[in-house]
Design a protein around this ligand. Structure first.
Ligand code: CP
Length: 302
């Protein structure tokens, strides 16, 4: 990984990705290995989180490490005007690795250039969420048996959803066919389409997916990212544009799985939860094992 930090999914070679997924599989079998000893991990969350923060903290605790940090920037000296530069220069004196979520795109890259200890990007604005992608890959490989030649539907907010940006870049290594389903206002940004064009990969754009849903291997639903809209009326127009219901899954492939990085708002009806094709809560659990693999790899312990 680039400079021992994980900022973008493109910091990880394909070989290394597979190796991390294999390591995560070992942690799934035995998550309680005391590998971190007295290592201190800082978790700096400038934006809200449930899964990313808690699965990192669970991963660290199960590995015997210690955690320092904040869950809300308002409890830190940022409220007194401290810069990100000074915050990172300070926290890297207190920790062996920093996990950071921040609302500004590029903030994790900046932090990695300042810090003497590895930085793990836990989401920077609408840009990237590489550890989510690793757990998504783990979930896809586990449910499909392979990452090769899959037909992946990315549904919802493809403009602001950082998880779909990282996932697209990662899955492009396994000859994936992508179907992008979004309203006009939330289409996949052009730079990601150019990324696929350069690789000669197929993608299709739709505003509805009811007539093609049976072709999907993975349906990856996403929340419309309310916090990224500058105009609340624009959010109101698109907030409930897709709602996946159980009845829509009746003729889908037997092995198809519904993924969602969570949190969900209304985009997956709760009547899907009992369907064996729903996988989003198991996906969130997989976050512990993949994050254990990432932490121990970055710290040179595995
Ligand atoms: N998937 C994800 O990033 O969830 P949180 O915002 O709860 O961390």
């Amino acid at each position: 990984m680039n400079n021992k930090s994980l900022v973008s999914i493109d910091d990880i070679s394909t070989e290394e990705m597979v190796s991390i997924l294999d390591l995560a599989k070992e942690f799934e079998k035995d998550p309680g290995q005391n590998l971190l000893g007295n290592k201190v991990i800082a978790t700096l969350f400038f934006e809200p989180s449930t899964r990313t923060r808690l699965s990192f903290e669970s991963a660290i605790s199960r590995l015997g490490g210690k955690i320092v940090g904040f869950t809300d920037a308002s409890s830190s000296s940022v409220t007194k005007g401290e810069s990100l530069y000074d915050t990172i220069r300070t926290v890297n004196n207190y920790s062996d690795l920093i996990v950071m979520r921040h609302p500004i795109e590029g903030s994790a890259r900046l932090a990695s250039e300042i810090s003497d200890v590895p930085i793990v990007n836990a989401g920077d604005g609408a840009n990237q969420h590489p550890t989510q992608t690793m757990l998504d890959l783990y979930s896809i490989r586990k449910t499909q048996g392979s990452l090769d030649n899959l037909n992946i539907f990315l549904v919802g907010d493809l403009k602001y959803g950082r998880t779909v940006h990282s996932l697209l870049m990662a899955m492009s290594r396994w000859n994936t066919t992508f179907n992008f389903i979004s309203p006009e206002e939330l289409k996949m940004p052009v730079e990601y389409k150019l990324y696929l064009d350069k690789l000669g990969l197929k993608y299709y754009e739709h505003s509805d997916f009811s007539d093609i849903i049976n072709e999907a291997d993975i349906i990856y639903m996403t929340r419309v990212q309310k916090e990224r809209f500058s105009d609340p009326m624009e959010y109101e127009k698109v907030k409930n544009v897709y709602v996946l219901r159980n009845s829509m899954l009746s003729n889908t492939k037997e092995n198809m799985r519904v993924l969602h990085p969570l949190p969900r708002v209304n985009e997956i009806h709760t009547d899907v939860d009992a369907n064996k094709k729903s996988y989003y809560f198991e996906q969130a659990l997989n976050g512990v094992f993949t994050r254990q693999a990432i932490l121990t790899r970055l710290l040179g312990l595995k």
